[in-house]
Design a protein around this ligand. Sequence first.
Ligand SMILES: [Zn+2]
Length: 75
Amino acid sequence: MALHVVPSAPAPEQTKLKSRTATKPAEMLQCPRCAGREFIETVIGAMIQARKLKGGTRQIICVGCMLKGDRVVVA
Ligand SMILES: [Zn+2]
């Protein structure tokens, strides 16, 4: 049986996926722990006056980390 040299297969095309941070504007919030960009705003200690929240401390928390049980305050 004769052996033949098989030409090497062309290299698989490089994946064209960019990293998630490649196109992020500098002002866009991003979670430092999971790199997620979905957030929840929480209000601690607010009062209700005329059906509106008054005062309180507002914090932005990462949704992805929240689902894992971590409370990551982003802003
Ligand atoms: Zn996160």
